[in-house]
Design a binder for this molecule. Structure first.
Ligand code: NAD
Ligand code: NA
Length: 398
């Protein structure tokens, strides 16, 4: 099969197995180049392990501190004439690299929100690892079927209270235009978004893992959040998704109570805005990211998902010193994004940005490249006119 990018809106319908393998390899090489993380995690469960921050967390744990990893995700293998998803190929590549490095790695493909997948995961931990000492929670999903009620919740990305109008970019065509997003019409939208992206499922996971006795003494668990600049507040932090993040962050004390008797602790880490499959779906945010990239690259402080997660593990979670937290108890690896000088320059560029100057004053080229990289495209070492492997297996999945 010859695989080329096929883009519809903010998604790419195709993924390239060799390109995604390159992408995974680059991330592994980066982590190795930073040296071993002393006293890092040894047995790690990553929920949402196939793309974005979750994949980068898994790579950091495995190749930064020789951890055995179990990854849970929702991906699709190739079907006749149709490539598999990027997360499927990423995991196939990750497991092969892990195996070559003699690192344990197994994966579970299915709905992480369900009790069934939680049970399968617990059984696998019992069988192979006994217990885990780190649980990374990195799901990003537009929907969740509630395991107790059976209700299918769909999240929405909307402002609350008033219509939000600002600039946005179609990053394929490079057209900058105004977009108006209507506010939620009912509490129901907020409730649904919190049900999907809030903290309840994280709590269900930790409660069930603990109940089964598969959490080691002193276990750590971390989930990821975002704050961002004031200009995206109406659509992000003060919108429906922000309510879900408030709920996720509010789950930390609940989990700390739950884990107290085994000396465990939970954290939320606020990460930098980056190009992932999830963030490209949010209006306004891609334009902000392309200006942010421009400013941060000029200052020499740009990071991608792997740099962020390597820093989170090495300088925060496993730095062997008290972890610095903000006034709300959160870890901040968005510190460089939120630096005053960075934000001031982004805000200035935001005022000026138009379709005409987009290529000059923003890093839209970097945005696009990162977007295509997510699906295994734009890698020099790959010949995209050549046939690729028809079937790519994830070694641990039968
Ligand atoms: P992503 O889309 O790259 O990854 C999502 C992961 O969740 C994938 O592994 C996917 O397979 C898995 N998943 C989705 N639904 C599932 C289901 N039902 N069952 C099992 N697995 C499922 O997203 P990301 O951007 O890495 O986001 C991860 C977390 O980081 C989210 O909480 C997000 O809000 C947060 N975050 C993202 C950014 C950003 O800019 N991208 C910034 C800060 C924080
Ligand atoms: Na992820």
């Amino acid at each position: 099969m010859i695989i080329q990018p096929r883009v519809r809106g903010f998604i790419c319908l195709t993924s390239h197995p060799e390109g995604t393998a390159q992408h995974v390899k680059q991330q592994i090489d980066y982590v190795k180049s930073k040296g071993k993380i002393e006293n890092g995690p040894k047995k790690v469960l990553v929920i949402g392990a196939s793309t974005g921050f979750g994949l980068a967390s898994r790579i950091t744990a495995a190749f930064g501190s020789d951890a055995a990893t179990i990854g849970v995700f929702f991906e699709k293998p190739a079907a006749p004439g149709k490539p598999g998803t990027a997360g499927w190929y990423n995991t196939a590549a990750f497991e092969k690299e892990a195996s070559a490095a003699e690192l344990y790695a197994k994966s579970i493909n299915g709905d992480a929100f369900s009790d069934e997948i939680k049970k399968q995961t617990i059984d696998l931990i019992k069988e192979d690892l006994g217990q885990v000492d780190l649980v990374v929670y990195s799901l990003a999903s537009p929907r969740r079927t509630h395991p107790k009620t059976g209700v299918a919740h769909a999240s929405v990305l909307k402002p609350i209270g008033q219509t939000f109008t600002d600039k946005t970019v179609d990053f394929h065509s490079g057209v900058v235009s105004d977009i108006s997003i209507q506010p939620v019409e009912s509490e129901e939208d907020i409730h649904n978004t919190v049900a999907v992206m809030g903290g309840e499922d994280w709590k269900f996971w930790i409660a069930q893992l603990k109940e089964a006795g598969v959490l080691a003494d002193g276990v750590k668990t971390v989930a990821y959040s975002y704050i961002g600049p004031e200009l995206t507040y109406p659509i992000y932090r003060n919108g429906t998704i922000g309510r879900a993040k408030d709920d996720l962050e509010g789950t930390v004390p609940v989990l700390n109570d739950l884990l107290q008797d085994i000396g465990g602790i939970s954290y939320v880490s606020v990460n930098k805005a980056l190009v992932t499959q999830s963030s490209s779906a949010i209006p306004v945010v891609p334009l902000y990211i392309s200006l942010l990239y421009k400013v941060m690259k000029e200052k020499g402080i740009h990071e991608g998902t792997i740099e962020q997660m390597q820093r989170l593990f090495a300088d925060r979670l496993y730095a062997n010193r008290e972890i610095p937290l903000d006034e709300k108890g959160r870890i901040r690896v968005d510190d460089l994004e939120m630096r005053e000088d960075v934000q001031a320059e982004v805000a200035k560029l935001w005022e000026q940005i138009t379709t005409e100057n987009l290529e000059q004053i923003s890093d839209i080229a970097g945005y696009r490249n990162d977007f295509f990289n997510l699906f295994g495209f734009n890698f020099d070492a790959v010949d995209y006119d050549k046939d690729t492997q028809e079937v790519v297996n994830i070694p641990s999945i039968k």
